[in-house]
Ligand binder design. Structure first.
Ligand SMILES: Nc1ncnc2c1ncn2[C@@H]1O[C@H](COP(=O)(O)OP(=O)(O)OP(=O)(O)O)[C@@H](O)[C@H]1O
Length: 292
């Protein structure tokens, strides 16, 4: 019998709001469908932060062709980090709060359908980004969105309702900050580097972003009066934020951001504090294969 092609599913047991039992159903569906298609499947649950990267790295070294990440954008980020610039393709099975990368790529939000897509899909090449040494595949950013990512990480419950509550509270507490972008001083509400066009939940900060053009969209929101918040939010979800006078965007391959204090950032929604006030952002063109 010919050697069967190895395929690995990495499952974060804590992602999103799906129960352990629902994740067991997904694992079972993956194993059965993969076997039926002639793969040699293996599924592993992550036990600690960073575990998905270790598992995916080992899979690349073993020559596994397809690695599925079953989780939120954090798990997808950790898995994709290890697959960059390799011949191993990423399958995305979104079960997180925002699922920005899956939504941008048109991957089904029903995890069973997403498993089918990852098993049957073809590898398509996309770009990724880096902010200092932190890779991102969807968006990275500073200012309000980083502030919200840090506040959201402290919440005991995941999911969209918690995210909305956290963002609403953060809006009243947050003060726009001064940044230098490539040496130019500006005080901003937020600054985003977008590989994909949205943060997740169809919140489109960079409506025209192309994930395979070898560039990132650098988008910024200027400080605005509180009464403009509702219209900006509506535009964010209506994919028309780029028509707001408070929004500005440009296409870049690299950028340097500087502040006087250690930088609070997020990479694909994961909160990070940089040890310095300097962030170097760059695109890595055509660096990841995704099963679509
Ligand atoms: N067994 C584990 N225990 C604790 N943390 C884990 C474990 N496995 C993975 N993680 C961490 O959980 C983080 C968040 O996971 P993920 O993004 O998949 O879920 P989520 O936060 O619920 O989804 P979203 O980001 O969409 O809100 C990952 O970045 C990873 O570092």
């Amino acid at each position: 019998m010919a050697n069967r092609s190895a395929i690995l599913a990495i499952i974060n047991p804590l992602s999103g709001t799906t129960s352990v039992a629902q994740k067991a159903v997904l694992q079972d569906a993956f194993m059965r469908q993969a076997e039926a298609l002639g793969f040699a499947p293996e599924a592993v649950l992550t036990t600690h932060p960073g575990h998905a990267t270790e598992l995916a790295q080992a899979a690349v070294e073993r020559g596994v062709n397809r690695v599925l990440a079953i989780g939120g954008d954090g798990t997808i980020n950790e898995t994709a980090q290890a697959l960059r610039r390799s011949a191993t393709a990423l399958g995305i099975v979104p079960i997180g709060s925002g699922n920005g990368l899956a939504r941008h790529l048109g991957i089904p939000l029903n995890p069973l359908k997403a498993i089918e897509r990852a098993l049957n899909g073809r590898p398509v090449v996309i770009d990724s980004g880096e902010i200092n040494e932190h890779p991102f595949f969807c968006t990275a950013g500073l200012g309000f969105e980083a502030y919200v990512a840090h506040a959201f990480a402290k919440q005991p419950v995941r999911g969209l309702p918690t995210y909305i509550r956290t963002a609403f509270r953060a809006f009243w507490a947050y003060k726009p900050q001064p940044f230098q972008l490539d040496g130019q001083e500006r005080t901003l509400f937020s600054m985003t580097f977008a590989n994909a066009g949205q943060f997740g939940n169809n919140a489109w900060m960079a409506p025209t972003a192309n994930i395979a053009d070898g560039r990132l969209e650098q988008c910024e929101i200027r400080p605005f009066p509180a009464q403009a918040a509702a219209m900006l939010t509506w535009r964010l979800f209506n994919k028309t934020i780029n028509h707001s006078s408070y929004w500005r965007g440009q296409s870049v391959t690299k950028a340097t951001v500087q502040t006087s204090a250690p930088l609070l950032i997020h990479a694909d929604g994961e909160p990070l504090i940089l040890p310095t006030g300097r962030a170097e952002v760059r695109v890595l063109p055509s660096s990841l294969l995704v099963l679509l």
